[in-house]
Design a binder for this molecule. Structure first.
Ligand code: UTP
Length: 297
């Protein structure tokens, strides 16, 4: 395997948001799970803000049937804006306008929910030969932890794809992609030597799980095109990364804190509480109420 030329700066983000959200039914029957609110913003807004915050200003959201609310959320809303303006609701007006002005937002339809790999493959029409980051639309990361920023730096230095990894209890590894890695030094960067989708705990090569953030060069798109349906009959991104490993090095970026899969009910609740506790306008009262509540149990 050859090592690489440094890459151009990554400016494109791809946010797959076309999944069916079956773990969150019935809420997700008519509302995309990426639009479920966390305090007062839909989940996907945190994801777009995270992308923009690290300089990814060209954002593609891969949507599907019934996901029109996502497009509407990031669009201008003249009627609502006039109403807020007339009522002197300046703060709300600013917030509504800021959402529409966040990024250069594009959408493409996946057509059929054929898996995460397939959803990323749809992005080819938008990303072309450029490198891009993938941020799952239902995975919230605390930007203060700096995972995506660190991954972009690693990609720009190494010129090779980078996947976010976090340790999980061994019994949970069958919910995730799982990577076997070679430790490179003290820092968060490791080299991935193998990767498998949702292994049985007994067969898992490690307890390092793939976590909703990736930075790819364009070669992944060819691998996705060649990837047949895998676990669950879906075209798995993990399988495409496994194929990519045969021709290129792929790195893992390990981290510990600050990620929530808000497509999972338990993590959704934790994200809501954590985000609210951090807010000056809501945190102090909520903290007091929670302490009282727990005391009473
Ligand atoms: P999930 O693995 O959470 O799958 O997708 P899901 O179908 O959305 O939800 P459950 O498991 O049935 O509850 C991870 C991310 O990939 C997107 C989802 O929208 C989510 O952001 N995805 C998944 C797609 O865009 N297309 C797909 O075909 C599958």
């Amino acid at each position: 395997m050859t090592s690489r030329a440094p890459q151009a700066r990554v400016t494109k983000a791809v946010i797959p948001a076309a999944g069916l959200g079956t773990r969150f039914l019935p809420a997700t029957k008519a509302v995309p799970k990426e639009m479920l609110p966390l305090v007062d913003k839909p989940a996907i807004q945190y994801v777009v803000e995270e992308a923009v915050g690290v300089g990814l200003t060209d954002v593609l959201v891969v949507t599907g049937r019934g996901k029109g609310a996502i497009e509407d959320h990031f669009d201008r809303s003249p009627e609502l804006e006039s109403h807020l303006e007339a009522g002197g609701k300046d703060t709300e007006l600013r917030e509504v306008r800021e959402v529409a002005g966040l990024a250069r937002l594009h959408t493409l339809r996946q057509g059929e929910a054929r898996g995460l790999g397939h959803a990323v493959g749809v992005a080819r029409r938008h990303v072309g030969d450029d490198p891009f980051a993938v941020l799952l639309g239902d995975d919230i990361m605390d930007p203060a932890v700096g995972v995506l920023a660190g991954m972009l730096t690693a990609f720009e230095q190494r010129g090779r794809s980078v996947v976010a990894l976090r340790r999980v209890p061994p019994a949970q590894i069958s919910l995730y992609g799982c990577a076997a890695v070679e430790v490179l030094g003290e820092g968060p960067l490791v080299r991935i030597v193998d990767i498998v989708e949702k292994p049985h705990p007994g067969d898992a090569p490690s307890d390092l799980a793939v976590m909703g953030r990736y930075v790819f060069g364009p070669a992944i798109l060819d691998e996705i095109d060649r990837t047949p349906p895998g676990k669950g009959g879906e075209i798995q991104l993990t399988d495409a990364i496994r194929s990519l490993l045969r021709s290129e090095e792929v790195y893992g970026y390990t981290f510990e804190e600050g990620r929530y899969d808000v497509g999972d009910k338990q993590e959704y609740l934790r994200a809501t509480v954590d985000l609210a506790l951090r807010r000056d306008d809501l945190g102090p009262d909520l903290r007091e109420w929670l302490l009282e509540r727990l005391d009473r149990r």
